[in-house]
Design a protein around this ligand. Sequence first.
Ligand code: COA
Length: 567
Amino acid sequence: MRILLLVHGFNSLSQRLFVELSEAGHDVSIEFDINDEVLAEAVDLFRPDVIVAPFLKRAIPETIWRNHLCLIVHPGPVGDRGPSSVDWAILDGVDSWGVTVLQAEAEMDAGPVWASATFPMRPATKSSIYRNEVTDAASLAVAEALERIQSGVYVPARESGVARAAVKQADRAIDWSRDDTQSVLRKIRGADGVPGVKDWMAGRQVYVHDVRMAEGMTGEPGSLIAKSGPAICRASVDGAVWIGHLRDPESATPFKLPAVRVLADESADLPDVPVDQDNGYQEIRYVQDGAVGYLHFDFYNGAMGTERCQRLLAAYREALVRPTKVIVLMGGPDFWSNGMDLNALEAASSAADASWENINAIDDLAEAIVRTDSHMTVAALQGNAGAGGVFLARAADRVWLRNGIVLNPHYKDMGNLYGSELWTYLLPKHAGSENAKRITEARLPMSVHEAARLGLADAVLDGDRSAFLQEVAAQARSLAGDGISSLLAEKKTVRAEDEAEKPLSAYRAEELARMRRNFFGFDPSYHVARYNFVCKIPKSRTPVTLAHHRDRRQGLAAKGDPMREAS
Ligand code: COA
């Protein structure tokens, strides 16, 4: 089928549908919902069989839904209506939730239902539930809806429902003198990543993000009692929480930053709990099981700033001296890595210098992984990865992906960044030169299956999150088994041959020379793109890489354009 994905932005759910529907053989194109005229033009150009809207912030115009079959993906169960479905589900503490695929009509979320799916809820942030459970359920429900449409006999049922108002900040407000830890966690998680909970902290009005239970910490309810890494600890009536990130919309840096940075003065004298202590804000955690060491690094939004990379490298080096044979780099449950920390770079006094330090810190890590000859290394991706994060994963000997995650193995959307992380060595080595070129130039999200086909990954492991973790453990144990000595010997030989052919330092130097131009050169594209990304500036048009119906060459080819046929 010809499927037009109509989206407010190409978010994780839209990306997942794009890769899955394309793999299922559908002709999929994407249009950002800019305005009615642009949308009408897209529909005229593409002539879709069906329009699927996985992420919209307004109703589809009547001229479109009256003339074309439009499916809305609503992140709530059948009968639920309104713009804050997952927020309410978390605030209300429901046990299960769902996704409904319904036909667009005049009243929002009230059209006939083509398919639906449900899932058990988990104590997690809104964006984590959205990126995982909602996305998995949407993938199933959209596939079912399309099958039913293709069957030509299914009649979608009209279901009754109640529209619920958008969640307001008043609904999320924390009363620190009365709320217990669980209520505080629910309120902040229900608003994370966007918009955060508006709150007063140390006399400043800020938006609160990135909350974790602070085990064993107590204090005067509402008071700030400690700091740990990026986080500040605030007491509730029966315990305390770590708050990792804050956003001060009135400041010169009105985007998410580490809490200790936003409240630098106010947190200066707080007692410091080391990040590697059990009751601290632990982002990096090492767990050993027999001959396998697992290094978990759960960085907020997968952003790997300079200091985080340095801490991770130190933890990696410590893991290397343990009596193990395999190290599994686990990333975090939601993201493995999204590369450099763009928010931190935007806030730096010299973004160019800070970017230079950040890319060098990631490269140090990539180099340490590639040069490891004492262990087999595995990158096990439970969550999505983007840009440099994907290539950092490829530095490991084995890359295992959880089925359903999405990779974005390209840098060019960030102002034509050249990229580093030794990708010029790693990609041709694992994927071949042809595929390496295809991967970096496509600027599109990639499914796990395509990543495995192209050599960007070695295996796709099925099952939900816990099944994935069990399978990773089983395969890592087996990797550490009898054949490990010959694997390590072979790895040493291949590395020595590669080094003789071209030293790693040469790859790194060449990549960094290009990155230096991106950071310090005349072309400001990277700095502009970073600003737009961090400040969430809406796109004013859909890039032709996504809106292939707008690719002029395609239209000409369809009309038998000789230039196109010759090229
Ligand atoms: N640094 C800081 N924050 C980042 C980040 C990064 N490298 N990558 C993603 N984020 C944040 C986003 O701002 C967003 O924040 P929010 O919680 O305030 O909404 C959150 O992580 C989720 O990202 P989002 O872009 O909404 O996810 P997505 O699934 O739609 O898209 C990517 C995934 C990877 C395509 C996209 O996040 C991206 O392009 N990231 C930048 C990658 C990059 O260029 N890194 C630097 C070069 S190495």
